[in-house]
Write a protein that binds this ligand. Structure first.
Ligand code: UT7
Length: 319
């Protein structure tokens, strides 16, 4: 039996740090409101010359280094992003070139904040089928480019960043099961509805979100998809060593953890440091936990994500 195992993680946050106090000068908001409603204290914004592929490049270099894998060993790159460098080619193609890789498959996957979990699930299928030996799974975003500064209910929430993992084929279990769901009837609740046409933007290129509706759906979806992953593996919540949820809102994460009866020390929380970085949030949180030396061999790590679409999912990983 072939499994995929995560053998290295990496992440990158751009240098520019924007605190809640900085945002108080730009919009009618307060540190107190942002922290009490979301847990976010600061976020990072990419420099003008940095695109999603540049952030991804740094995260991938760190993941490859941690995995002791050379770029030429990579035979698949899947990049989850909703803020690609350009309409086409894919950010994955651009990243492939920047990494100096010639012979891998490379494509983007668009599932917004669930992108990393969907990308991991996709790569897992290729590895299990024996078609891929070594892959990069990446989440990278420059959400600062699509924020509406007239809308204080969204512009304070998001930031830029990238996270990556190296996945290798192994006969030892790693990714145990993955679970993906989509319901497009919610597509207008959280979206960036613009596109390009005739040299101009058609529709709005800015993010819009009905926060309350997403919140309500998210707490239910996280609990359900976590149980789906546990049931698929015959496990109870106490078997989870690390719960790594999409880092959008501390209250949502704690609510989901409480429903699963998970103690605080098993719940990974990095949203305070980078805000909502969409597809990058889970690999950023995973890398921070790995580099802190917390995740040990044999630990069960549960990833859970939800975002625009709605698209939501989970992955249960034996470390
Ligand atoms: O990444 C995809 C997944 N996304 C999520 O998971 C996000 C889910 N939603 C949320 O995290 C929360 O709904 C928000 C953080 C977006 C909002 O929190 P909330 O507790 O649902 O607040 P609310 O939208 O009910 O707004 C409450 C009040 C309103 O004022 P009134 O009408 O009660 O007087 C807003 O105008 O807070 C006001 N408000 C703000 N005040 C200061 C909204 N944004 C701000 C702001 N600063 N930035």
């Amino acid at each position: 039996m072939i499994y995929s195992r995560i053998v290295g993680t990496g992440s990158y946050l751009p240098d520019r740090v924007v605190t809640n106090a900085d945002l108080e000068k730009l919009v009618d908001t307060s540190d107190e409101w942002i922290v009490s409603r979301t847990g976010i204290r600061e976020r990072h914004y990419a420099a003008d010359h940095q695109d999603a592929s540049d952030l991804a490049l740094e995260a991938c270099k760190r993941a490859l280094h941690a995995a002791h894998v050379r770029p030429d060993e990579i035979d698949m790159i899947v990049v989850a992003t909703s803020t690609p460098d350009m309409v086409f080619p894919s950010t994955a193609c651009i990243l492939q070139d920047k990494l100096g890789i010639k012979h891998s498959i490379a494509f983007d996957l668009q599932a917004v904040c669930s992108g990393f979990v969907f990308a991991l699930s996709t790569v897992d299928q290729f590895v299990r089928s024996g078609n891929v030996q070594c892959a990069l799974v990446v989440g990278t975003e420059v959400f600062s480019r699509i924020l509406n500064w007239q809308d204080r209910s969204t512009c304070v929430l998001f930031g830029d960043g990238a996270g990556a993992v190296v996945v290798r084929a192994s006969n030892v279990p790693g990714v145990l099961t993955t679970h993906m769901h989509t319901d497009g009837s919610y597509r207008n609740v959280l979206c960036t509805p613009g596109t390009v046409e005739g040299g101009k933007v058609r529709g709005s290129p800015m993010l819009v979100m009905e926060g309350g509706a997403v919140y309500k759906f998210a707490v239910k979806a996280f609990e359900e998809v976590a149980w789906e992953a546990l049931n698929a593996n015959g496990l109870q919540p106490d078997a989870i060593d690390w719960f790594i949820c999409h880092q959008a809102n501390q209250r949502i994460i704690m609510h989901a953890a409480k429903k699963l009866n998970l103690p605080d020390e098993k719940v990974v929380m990095t949203v305070d440091r980078h805000g909502n970085t969409s597809a990058a949030s889970i690999p950023l949180a995973l890398d921070a936990t790995v580099r802190a030396g917390k995740i040990k061999a044999g630990d069960n790590v549960l990833l859970a994500a939800l975002g625009g679409g709605f698209a939501w999912g989970a992955a249960l990983i034996k470390w």
